[in-house]
Ligand binder design. Structure first.
Ligand code: HEC
Ligand code: HEC
Ligand code: HEC
Ligand code: HEC
Ligand code: HEC
Ligand code: HEC
Ligand code: HEC
Length: 328
């Protein structure tokens, strides 16, 4: 009976919801389906200049309309912005409303940006993210300790494009790619890296040459799997450590109690625990696969050893039998 409810109730709800939608919009046009982003009209005031790589303005002294190139780092892609986590915002929710004048007043450059915690800390709505612990972990990280002031959360969480994949994306390879792109934005980009330091930017591919099938590994795990200390109370570990603390030992992942269970697969595991009260065998299987990959070679080796031992015993026994026969 209970099972029936859990199946029929959602279906009934979906049907009711669909009915409400169709009834509620008898005369609506096709365009109404694609809702405009919440503050699209107001934001166009900014995006008419910042939304593409060129902008125009009226030179009030000459009366000419001038076309100029917009700096790449000041260019914001509309689609990317509106599908980002803060895409419902007005630009001036985070920026001074005095930006509505052009040229922008020089003093606005001195404006201090909000931090994530200005809006998110101690807010029960966001408790599940544990911003407080993330902040503590980040402050202990190599980035923060070496560049405390200038290395902010925004360095990795682009204010105009950040999306939350780890919690929402079903395809784990997309999450991995997104997460790694955040790191590679600096670690594979000299200009970005050099905003922070004059040191040479080490070549990431060369520095990981010891990892077999490197390209395949970079598609299957995130940088943070090897570079962050595992954190129990956050989903995404933010304490990135110096290179000497990085994971190099294959068995940390290639084993049935893989480190990945506490990192990459953590969300999936939590979800399934919530739903079923126990871990779905699918996860265990995937961790088994990771283990099995390593064991494939080990298995062959152990087969060889086992076979060898067996052969040894057979030879030994036959020899003894032969010997005994001779002695008789
Ligand atoms: C007429 C074109 C134009 C419009 C409209 C415009 N901007 Fe700008 N904005 C620019 C240009 C050009 C720059 C880079 C040069 C500069 O800093 O003035 C810039 C720079 C900025 C910067 C970076 C300032 C810095 O720290 O160097 C911010 C932030 C900004 N704009 C926000 C806004 C916001 C928010 C709006 C809408 C309320 C807006 N802009 C509207 C042209 C424009
Ligand atoms: C959630 C807050 C938030 C929203 C919404 C937001 N911004 Fe920003 N923006 C920031 C922060 C923070 C920075 C500084 C980033 C940094 O220091 O790395 C910034 C930087 C900028 C810059 C300068 C980029 C640079 O690298 O110099 C421009 C231009 C800009 N924003 C324009 C806009 C426009 C236009 C919109 C609306 C479409 C907008 N912003 C919406 C938070 C926001
Ligand atoms: C100006 C205030 C403000 C700032 C600054 C800000 N946020 Fe937000 N954030 C919000 C609000 C409001 C929402 C809810 C947006 C919505 O529902 O449309 C939100 C949503 C989110 C969500 C999604 C929550 C969910 O339930 O899915 C995440 C994750 C998030 N923010 C992370 C960050 C991070 C990381 C930073 C800093 C890099 C940051 N925010 C900075 C106000 C802010
Ligand atoms: C070195 C890069 C880096 C820095 C710095 C950084 N983060 Fe993150 N953060 C990430 C990555 C990577 C993810 C995972 C993105 C994804 O897959 O959704 C993430 C995810 C998050 C999430 C979502 C976690 C969840 O449970 O869904 C929050 C919230 C967050 N970061 C907050 C912060 C705050 C607050 C700061 C500053 C104190 C910060 N981050 C600094 C890289 C960084
Ligand atoms: C905004 C640029 C930027 C981003 C984004 C960034 N890093 Fe870094 N990272 C640096 C810089 C600069 C250093 C060098 C710090 C120093 O030694 O001065 C560094 C250092 C490191 C180190 C320490 C190397 C050593 O010598 O011990 C590791 C590991 C690392 N980053 C991993 C990551 C990972 C993983 C991510 C993504 C989650 C990431 N970084 C994102 C700029 C960045
Ligand atoms: C399988 C584990 C693993 C993965 C995945 C991994 N790293 Fe590493 N990384 C290491 C180890 C171990 C070292 C130290 C290598 C050494 O010292 O020989 C290292 C070194 C580094 C260094 C320091 C380079 C130097 O010598 O100065 C940086 C920066 C770094 N990694 C960034 C990244 C980034 C960015 C990614 C994701 C694209 C990544 N790592 C993925 C294990 C990993
Ligand atoms: C951070 C975790 C992690 C570490 C450390 C790690 N691996 Fe892997 N490795 C993986 C994952 C995940 C896969 C992909 C498994 C899959 O797709 O089923 C993989 C795949 C492989 C594969 C199969 C590659 C292919 O796609 O054909 C080999 C071989 C391998 N690893 C060997 C190693 C060796 C040797 C080391 C140590 C030098 C190592 N791994 C370290 C996580 C790791």
């Amino acid at each position: 009976m209970r099972l029936n409810y859990t199946i029929t109730l959602p279906i009934a709800l979906v049907l009711a919801f669909a009915a409400i939608i169709t009834l509620g919009s008898p005369g609506s046009e096709g365009t109404a389906n694609k809702a405009q982003p919440k503050n699209a009209v107001e934001n166009e005031g900014c995006l008419r200049c910042h939304g593409q790589n060129r902008y125009t303005y009226l030179n009030t002294e000459s009366g000419d309309t001038v076309v100029k190139r917009m700096y790449q780092e000041c260019t914001i892609n509309r689609n990317v912005f509106y599908s980002s986590i803060h895409g419902n915002f007005k630009c001036i929710d985070c920026h001074s409303e005095d930006y509505d004048t052009f040229p922008h007043p020089g003093r606005l450059r001195m404006e201090t940006a909000y931090t994530c915690n200005d809006c998110h800390a101690d807010d029960p709505m966001y408790a599940k993210f544990n911003f407080e612990q993330i902040t503590t972990d980040f402050e202990a990280s190599v980035h923060s300790t070496k560049h405390s002031k200038e290395f902010t959360c925004w360095m990795c969480h682009n204010p105009h494009s950040y999306v939350n994949m780890a919690r929402n994306e079903k395809d784990i390879h997309k999450t991995i790619e997104y997460s790694n792109s955040i790191c590679l934005a600096c670690h594979a980009n000299k200009d970005q890296y050099q905003l922070l330091t004059n040191k040479d930017n080490p070549n990431i591919l060369e520095k990981h040459e010891w990892l077999p099938n490197q390209a395949s590994h970079f598609r299957s795990v995130r940088c943070i799997e090897c570079h962050s200390a595992i954190s129990d109370s956050t989903l995404v570990a933010h304490n990135i450590q110096t290179k000497d603390k990085a994971v190099k030992n294959c068995v940390e992942c290639h084993s049935s109690n893989s480190r990945l269970m506490a990192t990459l697969y953590k969300h999936e595991i939590q979800q399934q625990r919530n739903k079923a009260g126990f871990i779905n065998s699918g996860i265990l299987e995937s961790s088994y696969v990771i283990g099995a990959n390593r064991n494939y070679y080990l298995n062959i080796l152990s087969l060889v050893i086992f076979g060898g031992t067996l052969l040894g015993i057979v030879i030994h026994t036959s020899l003894r039998i032969l010997k005994r026969k001779k002695n008789v």
